[in-house]
Design a protein. Structure first.
Length: 462
């Protein structure tokens, strides 16, 4: 059998012989988070710069310095006097340097020059590069193919320092959802052919796929060892143009509320998956719950018995190592799997989650998930009064994702558009669909062949 539980590795990594320590470092990690959350992170603009440099296997020799860039532009021009030079300098600052002292993004090449200051943003970029790019060949933004005709922009463009070549990054994270990587690749490839749209909106694409990957991974982790037919389970979103949003809506029950529990248990899943995968660390791979279950279902009685004994020892030693936990008060979920070994593994998972919620270790448990929740609060998660927090797609995101789905086609059947949203992890209830249709009508984007829903099209727009 291809799978075994590394009892000695678990005991050593999780410090069973001393004070048990969770989330040990491994050669292949699952998520880029830690247990000391900073509410100033993440800055997706910084993540974009590092992500694209990784994709292009490029690096900056030092941080992009706007003052040095402006001086390089000034040196290329002859001025009649100092006052004229100062006026021109101020004009360049106004046009090309933003309020955060970063270069204004006027061309795809400028994305390379976004400074990635915070280490947490660099880690997130590395994570997204691995799980979304997934080993594809380097892709570089071409200067010759995507030139600008604007004189002022050309001056800045020509003054940008040359980037250095960088070696491909060593894989640090497990790719648990390769099907999402494939979707990202197709959308990225199309967007990269649209110069202005790529420059202005690539952050939206990366931001959404970050949300998409983490929520789908969290949902799949929650079903644990159960078999599943659908690889992508869409989440209900509402639309910001809707006037009525209540707790009775399907989109409330099966939107954020539906995934919040899985997000809350993120730290438990990370620790449990690390325990289950210590035997694979040396080859730089991680099995998902479903892969482990699939292997165990094909194992011999002798092989399964050996793993059962190992799980029982881990349970016993884990319980003894955390004496501050009142284990006798723990309520167990009933057995749910056909294999006893899977039920024993489920018990171990419940123990890990229980002790986090019933000890001083609840602080790192809660801070770990806040990296993602904070991101959601700044993007898709909005408070709607009595209805609480709901996932809401604003008009900019709706239009952008619609463009990405239509791509180079002149139009798309409305029904097909909603299906493509589902493929990308977004589903709308009937009321939200009506609100989106009304919004498209206001923008004159609908083409009706008849009153039938199958004969309504959304026209392409850029």
């Amino acid at each position: 059998m291809e799978y075994k539980l590394n009892l000695e590795g678990i005991r050593e990594k999780f410090k069973f012989d001393a004070a048990i320590r969770h989330n040990p470092k491994m050669s292949v990690e699952i998520l880029p988070y830690n247990t000391k959350f900073k509410d100033t992170q993440f800055n997706l603009r910084e993540v974009v710069g590092e992500f694209l440099r990784l994709v292009g296997q490029k690096k900056m020799s030092s941080e992009a310095n706007p003052e040095e860039l402006i001086e390089a532009v000034l040196k290329s021009i002859e001025f009649k006097d100092v006052s004229q030079k100062n006026e021109f300098k101020q004009m360049i600052k106004t046009l090309f340097i933003d309020e955060n002292n970063q270069l204004f993004l006027f061309h795809p090449q400028t994305l390379y020059y976004i400074n990635t200051v915070e280490n947490e943003n660099r880690k997130l970029a590395e994570f997204l590069y691995v799980v979304l790019w997934n080993g594809k060949s380097a892709w570089e933004i071409s200067k010759t193919e995507l030139q600008t005709d604007d004189l002022m922009s050309s001056l800045i463009f020509s003054a940008l320092p040359e980037l250095q070549d960088a070696e491909g990054q060593t894989k640090k994270y497990a790719v648990l959802l390769p099907e999402i990587s494939e979707l990202f690749s197709a959308d990225f490839e199309w967007l990269s052919t649209k110069q202005d749209l790529f420059t202005e909106q690539f952050e939206k694409l990366l931001s959404y796929y970050y949300f998409f990957y983490i929520t789908q991974m969290s949902r799949r982790n929650e079903i644990m060892f159960a078999t599943t037919e659908k690889s992508i389970v869409p989440i209900y979103f509402t639309f910001e143009e809707e006037e009525r949003l209540s707790k009775t809506r399907v989109s409330y029950e099966y939107g954020w509320k539906n995934i919040e529990r899985s997000i809350n248990r993120m730290f438990t899943h990370v620790n449990f998956l690390k325990m289950l995968n210590l035997s694979k660390e040396e080859v730089g791979q991680l099995y998902s719950y479903q892969e482990i279950a699939g292997i165990l279902r094909t194992g011999t009685d002798e092989e399964i018995h050996g793993i059962e004994e190992a799980v029982e020892k881990v349970i016993e030693q884990y319980r003894e190592g955390l004496s501050d936990v009142k284990w006798n008060q723990m309520n167990l979920n009933p057995e749910q799997y056909e294999l006893p070994v899977l039920n024993k593994l489920s018990l171990l998972f419940q123990m890990i989650d229980y002790q986090f919620n019933n000890s001083f270790r609840s602080k790192p448990y809660n801070e770990y998930k806040m990296w993602f929740i904070h991101f959601c609060q700044k993007t898709f998660l909005k408070s709607r009064g009595r209805s609480g927090k709901m996932l809401i797609l604003d008009t900019d995101y709706l239009l952008f994702l619609t463009k990405v789905i239509i791509k180079n086609e002149p139009k798309i059947r409305l029904k097909k558009l909603f299906e493509e949203f589902e493929t990308r992890g977004i589903i709308y209830d009937r009321d939200t669909q009506v609100a989106i249709i009304e919004y498209f009508e206001k923008l004159n984007l609908l083409e009706k062949k008849s009153d039938s829903g199958d004969a309504i099209y959304v026209k392409a727009f850029l």
